[in-house]
Structure formats: structure tokens, C-alpha cells
Design a binder for this molecule. Structure first.
Ligand SMILES: [Fe+2]
Length: 140
């Protein structure tokens, strides 16, 4: 069974962000499947690396979109992104060094890593976007 299943409750209301979030779900599931199938350690590390590379690109896109929208919490959000990248880099590092066994707890960490980011932080941006949209509609 997949670790994560997409639900429309995760939609932020920006196409680029939503499409990339779906891809992050896919990459995390891919990572989980590789682990379940007990594939080669290097192979698992490679999939984790793909996830990190994609996440970094996504965070950059998200920050640009937030900047263009005049999002007041951008700086805060950037710091959260940095911390997220740090924590997943650490995991990758320990794993590639052989200091870490991937357990279900690690998988839960990776799952929460994404879900909490979307639910706690990206949701604030979603609310900002919808307020902007409704005040735009009120003004027109
Ligand atoms: Fe995001």
C-alpha cells in the first residue's frame, strides 16, 4: 500500500504548487516502495536523493510564487523550507553513511515532513490566496 494518498484537501489553489505537491507525494511513495521491496541501499539512497532535488526545486518555485503574490510571511516560509531541507539532508547523509536503518519511523518522518509542511505552512498561503481572490472580486 502506498504511504501517502493524495486528497484534494491538500490543494493550495495555485496550479504550479499543487502539481508539484502531487509529484512530491509520488516521489515519497516511490521511496517507500523501494524500501518495502528492500532494494539495494544505493538504489534507495538514489530515490531519496531524487526526492530532495525535487523538493529543493519546488521550494524555490513556491517562494517565487509567494514573492510575486506579495505574501507577507515569505521570509518565515523560507526559513521553514531551509529547515526542511536540512532535516532531509541529514537523513540522507546518515543513510548513505550506513548509520541509519530505514524503519517505519523513518517513513513516518518523511511522510510528516511533507504533510505537515503542506497542512501547516502552505495552508497559510492558501488562505492568503483565497483572501486576495475574494477581495479582488469585491473590488471589481
Ligand atoms: Fe510546498
Amino acid at each position: 500500500m502506498a504511504l501517502l494518498s493524495w486528497s484534494d484537501q491538500y490543494l493550495i489553489g495555485n496550479n504550479v504548487i499543487d502539481t508539484e505537491h502531487k509529484e512530491l507525494f509520488r516521489l515519497i511513495n516511490d521511496f517507500h516502495t523501494h524500501w518495502l521491496e528492500a532494494q539495494d541501499r544505493r538504489d534507495i539512497a538514489r530515490v531519496l536523493n531524487q526526492l530532495i532535488t525535487y523538493a529543493q526545486m519546488h521550494f524555490q518555485h513556491e517562494e517565487k510564487i509567494m514573492e510575486a503574490a506579495g505574501y507577507p510571511k515569505l521570509a518565515e516560509h523560507q526559513e521553514i523550507h531551509e529547515a526542511l531541507i536540512d532535516s532531509i539532508f541529514q537523513l540522507h547523509h546518515s543513510y548513505s553513511e550506513g548509520n541509519l536503518h530505514l524503519e517505519i519511523n523513518t517513513m513516518k518522518f518523511v511522510r510528516n515532513w511533507l504533510i505537515e509542511h503542506i497542512l501547516k505552512n502552505d495552508y497559510l498561503f492558501r488562505d492568503f490566496l483565497s483572501r486576495q481572490k475574494s477581495s479582488g472580486e469585491a473590488a471589481s
